[in-house]
Design a protein around this ligand. Structure first.
Ligand SMILES: Nc1ncnc2c1ncn2[C@@H]1O[C@H](COP(=O)(O)OP(=O)(O)O)[C@@H](O)[C@H]1O
Ligand SMILES: [Mg+2]
Length: 346
């Protein structure tokens, strides 16, 4: 029998409160996550989106209890079904990893062992966590390979990671993540680096598995297009802060934060393959060791006014339930949103 966390039926699947993570560096304290709160209910999908360096991976790793405590100072709360993660013992965490909370990261080559056959890597997890015997583990592994859409699973079972394409390797990683039927799946840039067609296939696969299994899923990406159709809620991160959060449809219909709009405009267009390159947001993210005063996005914001450079905007609630944003001059003023969307080609 695996030990399940204490029943806390009223607690959300995942609750993060005012989480702060900083690293001591030779240049000073680097504040990678600066007070993030979020909740995820069972069976729901949360997108976390932001440019490279905005703190998505640090946040995800803190949620999993994976950050080395001696190097990362962490304050606030992370609770999985009411169970505190930040101060959990290694033993408690090991009881959660794989069986309750699983993860899929960007680069399957670093998550798979290159010298072990993929079948072995799946069955090991099943034997360890679910105490399956050899025959049951193999049968379950083959069924998992089938569920993640790997053709000829019997042959692939004996293949080494480098004998598979990037997309197939990511399917194997997903099979391993799902092996023990976790309730929460953390997917950090699960398709970055794959070509767009394979990306869509893998994301659709994750979506199907998430719905079928009623898993909670946190989908982390730099690409707002990836989360647009695949999440219930979205959190937009900038320089370690949540700068906008909303139910997904509200985010796209009532976008308030100029940074979110800039992310939207940098989405690669699949419909136009010759122009798939990102239109990067101009300027650079702020220094996380000595950030400028005011709104962290102000130096790059086309709408910034004097106040933005001096006073940091708090996260305030918008008119739609669940919508909040950190901006002194939100786009919601209809004229502003209209004047900036007109330049996009139809
Ligand atoms: N172990 C570490 N030590 C020092 N700084 C770190 C460490 N890990 C991440 N960072 C810094 O934290 C910030 C956020 O990084 P990360 O969460 O990886 O961003 P993202 O995943 O959004 O691209 C970056 O400035 C990064 O350099
Ligand atoms: Mg990352």
């Amino acid at each position: 029998m695996t030990t399940t966390p204490p029943a806390a039926p009223t607690a959300p699947l995942l609750a993060v409160e005012d989480l702060k993570v900083s690293f001591a560096t030779p240049q000073g304290e680097l504040r990678a996550v600066q007070g993030v709160s979020l909740t995820l209910e069972r069976g729901k999908t949360l997108g976390i989106v932001g440019e490279s360096g905005s703190g998505k991976t640090v946040l995800s790793r803190a949620i999993m209890g994976l950050l080395p405590r001696e190097r990362a100072t962490q304050t606030g709360f992370v609770r999985y079904q009411g169970q505190e993660i930040l101060n959990a013992s290694h033993k408690e965490l090991r009881g959660l990893w794989g069986t309750e909370i699983a993860m899929v990261f960007q680069d399957p080559m670093t998550s798979l062992n290159p010298v072990q056959r993929i079948g072995h890597q799946i069955t090991e997890s099943l034997k360890l966590h679910l105490k399956l015997d050899r025959a049951d583990a193999k049968e379950t592994a083959l069924s998992l390979l089938m569920q993640v859409g790997i053709p000829s699973p019997v042959e692939r079972f004996n293949a080494y990671p480098n004998q598979l394409s990037g997309g197939m390797r990511q399917r194997v990683i997903i099979a391993i993540a799902l092996a023990c039927a976790p309730r929460l799946l953390m997917a950090d840039e699960p398709t970055t680096g794959l070509d767009v067609t394979v990306q869509a296939q893998i994301l659709d696969l994750l979506g199907t598995l998430q719905r079928d299994r009623q898993m909670g899923m946190v989908l982390v990406t730099h690409d707002l297009g990836v989360v647009a159709t695949r999440t219930d809620d979205i959190i937009v991160m900038y320089a370690g802060n949540v700068v906008e959060r909303a139910p997904t449809d509200v985010l796209f219909s009532q976008m308030a934060m100029p940074y979110t709009e800039a992310l939207l405009r940098s989405i690669p267009r699949i419909s136009n393959p010759s122009h798939t390159r990102l239109r990067a947001i101009e300027g650079r993210p702020p220094d996380l060791i000595s950030p400028p005063p005011g709104c962290p996005f102000a130096p790059r914001c086309p709408y910034a006014q004097d106040k933005c450079h001096h006073e940091k905007p708090p996260l305030v609630e918008g008119s739609a339930p669940g919508h909040s944003y950190a901006c002194w001059f939100p786009l919601a003023a209809p004229g502003m949103a209209a004047s900036t969307s007109g330049t996009e080609s139809a």
